[in-house]
Design a binder for this molecule. Structure first.
Ligand code: NAD
Length: 452
């Protein structure tokens, strides 16, 4: 079993650490925050991910995973170092500050290592970054020879927040971009217990694979939202039924052995408030900027980004059409996280909806099942929060559903009639059945349903 250090204890770093420790490897997760490191060493993840705390607790007890703030000591006591730090997009361009710092620190630690060591970039970076930015920093600060003293790989991560533990324990593919054969073969061995296909390729191909995968899913979402916009302007079209008709195409959901298979891919061919989270928005923008800098304007991806950025407006417009003016109106938002089963609010469509409602003078009240975990991150928002979804809609002039939490699916029309001042619902995820509102006083509006 191998000794592996992972730099970064975020969604990717910690979940990767848990997955590799589950394979029997000895993992050290390096973080910068002492409190978070202490929590991890006591089996408590700094963020919510289904199943993570219980698995982490078991692996900590077995001594297979430990967290540390000492990067140098961790790297020098390992054979592999995986970089899983953030690569945000700032002003449309990938920001390499964290990854450059990590590369420099790893380089300095490598200086003191005598045996062969492999550095692996897991963070999402635009093609060429590993070879043109990370490699020179590793060489400069380690004063060692790549290929001889240390190896280099790029191993993009495909886990989905909300399903990250399962994804990391049962990967569907492993892509490894290798600087040379020795790097790839050495690193590849750590996955020997996984039976999924492995692709050993060039570093730039691995980097590009991640952007191609995320852009494809983002494109499906913006395409679905474009269809809903066309439908909304016509009227008497329900996009939910449109997608049912599209999904049943045997090429998208084949019938095998008499049973229809419903691939996860279909979840991206649905209309809603647009994509959010820490990956799709930043990765599509980074690819767009990268491509332009390399002399090609990717007009499809440009449109994907622009449709996504304007999609939250559609929700607010639907409400505005019903209420005329939003000034001093009490508007409730159900759902702040960018999707269910996560406590991640990064680039959540809810943030755009809040900004627009605030600009229009509305009083905003929000509920989210993860409120307790996200409270500290949302203190800057001009909102009031409620611990119960029902309390949040009391006396409200309108409700916008932004996140498709299961909890919101159970409410019947009487709940809205009884609690809201005017029962107007804008369902941004189409999670409520429109038929239940027929013959009631609830005005049910939704993406891809009403004419605006
Ligand atoms: P994150 O922001 O949750 O975590 C990054 C962590 O790295 C932070 O905790 C930060 O403090 C830590 N860090 C930064 N520099 C450090 C250093 N020098 N030493 C120790 N710790 C350091 O980010 P994330 O969501 O885990 O994403 C990490 C990378 O993986 C990004 O490039 C992202 O695009 C990519 N990715 C993310 C996902 C996802 O679903 N979140 C999926 C696939 C790929």
């Amino acid at each position: 079993m191998e000794k592996i250090t992972i730099i970064g204890t975020g969604y990717v770093g910690l979940v990767t650490g848990v997955s590799l420790a589950s394979l029997g490897h000895n993992v050290i997760c390096v973080g910068r925050n002492k409190e978070k490191v202490f929590g991890i060493n006591n089996g408590k993840s700094p963020f919510f991910e289904p199943g993570l705390d219980s698995l982490l607790g078991k692996l900590v007890k077995r001594g297979l995973i430990v967290a540390s703030t000492n990067l140098e000591k961790s790297v020098t006591s390992s054979d592999f170092t995986i970089i899983a730090v953030g690569t945000p997009t700032v002003k449309g361009k990938i920001d390499l500050l964290e990854i450059k710092t990590a590369a420099r620190q790893i380089g300095e630690a490598l200086k003191n290592i005598l045996k062969y060591h492999v550095v692996i970039v897991k963070s999402t970076v635009v093609p060429g970054t590993t070879e043109l930015t990370i490699k020179p920093l590793l060489e400069k600060y380690s004063k060692k020879l790549i290929g001889k003293d240390f190896g280099l790989c790029m191993n993009p991560e495909f886990l989905r927040e909300g399903n990250a533990v399962v994804d990391a324990l049962q990967p569907d593919r492993i892509v490894i971009g290798q600087y040379d054969n020795k790097s790839g073969v050495s690193f590849s061995k750590i996955f020997d217990k996984f039976s999924c296909p492995r692709i050993l390729t060039t570093i730039r191909t691995a980097e590009m694979t991640k952007y191609a995968a995320n852009s494809l899913l983002a494109t499906m979402i913006s395409y679905s939202n474009e269809i809903s916009r066309i439908a909304e302007n016509v009227g008497d079209i329900d996009v939910v039924d449109v997608w049912k008709g599209v999904h049943l195409d045997g090429r998208l959901s084949p019938v095998i052995g008499g049973k229809r298979i419903s691939p996860g891919f279909l979840n991206y061919i649905l209309s809603g408030c647009g994509y959010g989270g820490s990956c799709f928005p930043k990765d599509t923008k980074a690819l767009l900027n990268f491509s332009k800098r390399n002399g090609y304007i990717p007009s499809l991806i440009q449109s994907v980004v622009s449709i996504n950025e304007t999609q939250p407006e559609r929700l607010v417009m639907l409400l505005l059409k019903e209420l005329g003016d939003l000034r001093d109106k009490k508007i409730t938002i159900w759902g702040l996280t960018f999707k269910p089963d996560t406590d991640d609010i990064r680039e959540s469509p809810a943030l755009s909806v809040i900004r627009l409602l605030d600009e229009m003078g509305a009083k905003i009240v929000c509920h989210d099942p993860m409120l307790n975990r996200i409270r500290k991150k949302i203190t800057y928002l001009p909102i009031e929060t409620k611990d119960s979804a029902i309390d949040a809609i009391k006396n409200a002039d309108g409700l916008i559903i932004v996140t498709a939490w299961d909890e919101y699916k159970k409410y019947v029309p009487e709940v809205f009639i009884k609690n809201m001042k005017t029962p107007i619902i804008v369902d941004g995820r189409r999670i409520l059945k429109k038929s239940i509102f027929k013959k009631t006083t609830v005005k049910y509006k939704g993406i891809g349903l009403s004419s605006i």
